[in-house]
Write a protein that binds this ligand. Structure first.
Ligand code: HEM
Length: 503
């Protein structure tokens, strides 16, 4: 995709900035893969397993014939979690852990899909194609998750309703059950008390490598060494994995046991399809791939007569190299191009279990001197002298409106003013503050507060005019939005009035 795209930029960040500098923090929660939110590593439970099961159970309500259900984060509703088909506490664990990842561009359902992907990829699994754009349900879906005691025919019908053939059913179950196991508390009729001090919840695992993605679930089944409670459980009625794996005469599961590659590539496809199963009407984005050069946190501030620009740039698939010279170029509204000196190195990040690494550089007002009248139209970068400008497009930035450092606070009682500098000559049809909040069912929303144009123009400098808004909530965080030529733009930077000087 082409930068900037606020939604794709945000989703790409969660997907690919997993560890190290600017990391979103998702991967750290399952580092190591034995990590468990309530009790630390090596408890017999794992967050990775919970995250994958949560995604399946959120999706499993899908009804292909009417387009209802699917990945829409309806699993977060207590009413769904209390159903027998959702026994266990892994769903709540997952939803809580994902809270920090959600924002106006990353829905709760997207965060659940990302959780499953990060768990699979970081714990030995293949890369999974990720699309974003799921929307969050406002209420629970109809029930629809298979239960172990149901018949094979019922399981086949349930997977058909979810959009999967009988062969794909075998695949999806074998792919999911490479992680985790069955807890005594949730399924006392399947797993008894284990009397094992290393297993806090008495979990009987599906295979011997229960925190790692691999085909042991299939090899152990074929070799007869499996101890899975859903294959060799004492009560044959609840041996659903046995019924499912043997439903085609063991053909599919044998192909997984024989070839780790077949298993891995089948799972990569099936997991992606599972996560992309969304209610009718929801349009997912393209598959998100990492941008080779990605500006980040790009922010303008109008500081009296000076326009300040700061930000970061990430170079993908690169390791730290002191000899690398990264420079920023910007073109202005007068058609001139300017070049900075070498940018400062910030750090490295990695993703996909360390498979990819990236390096980060910073630019800020100490090295960039902007003339407000000339402004900035777009950015590009020189990497060891080689121009990176998105194939000639440049990295477009919006300098028509920005926070002004004349914003200020009144201490007692707390109130304040947000000032926005608006470029003269630009037809800004609406200017507003954007307050990030959630609706009554926890969905991220943006509340827009219109700023009235000044009755008589207040000049920030010859090129910009100040629009102001008085506010009273010292904790509220505001971005700035503007409508220009029928298009809405938002700043990525957000501000509280208390960060400014006293009025
Ligand atoms: C007929 C279909 C299925 C049945 C009957 C079934 C049944 C179960 C049961 C009874 C548990 C134990 C849960 C607990 O004790 O907390 C479980 C765990 C799990 N299931 Fe399934 N499952 C099915 C399909 C799937 C699929 C398609 C996936 C994913 C693609 C999946 C992923 C998982 C995972 C990762 C766990 C481990 C959770 C943990 O250890 O915390 N399951 N399943």
């Amino acid at each position: 995709y082409t930068w900037p795209s606020p939604q794709l930029d945000a989703l790409e960040t969660v997907r690919f900035n997993q560890e190290g500098f600017n990391a979103g923090g998702l991967a750290a929660l399952i580092q190591p893969c034995t990590a468990y939110i309530f009790g630390g590593p090596n408890t017999g439970r794992s967050d990775a397993a919970d995250w994958i099961r949560t995604a399946y159970h959120d999706m499993a309500t899908y009804n292909k014939s009417d387009g209802t259900g699917g990945m829409d984060a309806s699993i977060r509703f207590i009413e769904e979690q209390e159903r027998p088909e959702n026994a266990g506490n892994g769903f709540d664990n997952t939803v809580i852990a994902m809270n920090s990842q959600i924002n106006r561009y990353v829905s709760i359902a997207d965060s659940l899909a990302l959780a499953a992907i990060v768990a699979i990829e970081n714990c030995g699994g293949p890369e999974i194609a990720f699309r974003g754009g799921r929307s969050d349900a406002g209420e629970p879906n109809a029930p629809g998750v298979p239960l172990p005691e149901q018949s094979l025919e019922t399981h086949i019908a349930a997977f058909a309703r979810q959009g999967f053939t009988p062969t794909e059913m075998i695949g999806l179950v074998a792919c999911g059950h490479t992680f985790g196991g069955v807890q005594h508390d949730a399924f006392p009729d399947i797993v008894g008390e284990l009397d094992d001090p290393t297993s806090i919840d008495d979990v009987a695992h599906f295979d011997s490598t229960f925190v790692t993605f691999d085909n042991a679930i299939a090899t152990e089944y074929i070799s007869g060494t499996t101890r899975s409670p859903l294959i060799v459980g004492a009560n044959d009625t609840t041996n659903s994995d046995k019924q499912i794996f043997s439903s085609d005469g063991n053909t599919t599961i044998l192909s997984f046991a024989t070839s780790a590659e077949v298993y891995t590539s089948t799972c990569a496809d099936l997991f992606a399809r599972m996560l992309d199963t969304v209610p009718a009407g929801v349009e997912l984005t393209e598959v998100i791939t990492p941008l080779p050069i990605k500006p980040s946190s790009v922010e303008f501030v109008m500081n009296q007569d000076t326009m300040e620009l700061s930000g970061q740039v990430r170079l993908w698939n690169t390791t730290e190299d002191p000899s690398l010279i990264v420079q920023l170029q910007w073109s202005d509204h007068l058609g001139e191009t300017h070049t900075t000196g070498p940018l400062g190195f910030l750090g490295t990040s990695s993703s996909t279990g360390g498979k990819y690494s990236a390096v980060w550089y910073t630019f800020n007002s100490s090295s960039i001197h902007l003339d407000p009248a000339a402004g900035v139209r777009s950015l590009s970068f020189l990497i060891n002298g080689v121009l990176e400008d998105q194939n000639g497009l440049g990295f477009a930035v919006q300098d028509a409106f920005m926070i002004s450092s004349t914003s200020c606070q009144i201490e007692n009682p707390p109130s304040g003013r947000i000032d926005v500098a608006v470029r003269n000559g630009v037809n800004v049809t609406r200017l507003y503050l954007e307050e990030m909040t959630t609706d009554n069912v926890g969905r991220p929303i943006v509340v827009e507060l219109d700023i009235t144009p000044p009755a008589s123009p207040v000049a920030a400098n010859p090129a910009y005019t100040v629009w102001s808004m008085n506010l009273t909530d010292p904790n509220a965080l505001y971005g700035i939005g503007a409508q220009i030529g029928g298009v809405n733009y938002s700043t990525t930077d957000q501000h509280r009035f208390v960060e400014f000087e006293v009025c």
